[in-house]
Design a protein around this ligand. Structure first.
Ligand SMILES: [Zn+2]
Ligand SMILES: [Zn+2]
Length: 89
């Protein structure tokens, strides 16, 4: 089990949203992002490349665009682009 303390400091590496534990994986709470991170021996694998990335619309695994900021579903063409938060000056 992932400790609540650890869960509290973790965020989705793509969209920085909070995560929740479901079915032994960490699910991003942003339903447009919808990344799912595997947990191995209580250690979450927080790598975007390793994450499952089902389409929120149809459930098909989405592929990365070449720029690696956009996930696009080949089936329904739904795309999710992560806008990095504006850096305060
Ligand atoms: Zn996310
Ligand atoms: Zn889709």
């Amino acid at each position: 089990m992932i400790s609540p303390d650890l869960l509290e400091i973790l965020a989705c590496p793509l969209c920085k949203s909070e995560l929740e534990v479901k079915e032994g994986k960490l699910h991003c709470r942003n339903s447009d992002c919808n990344l799912r991170f595997l947990v191995q021996e209580d250690i979450p694998i927080m790598l975007i490349e390793e994450a499952e990335r089902p389409c929120p619309g149809c459930g098909t695994a989405r592929a990365w665009e070449p720029d690696k900021d956009t996930l696009r579903c080949e089936k329904c063409s739904r795309a999710f682009t992560c806008q990095p938060p504006a850096t305060p000056k």
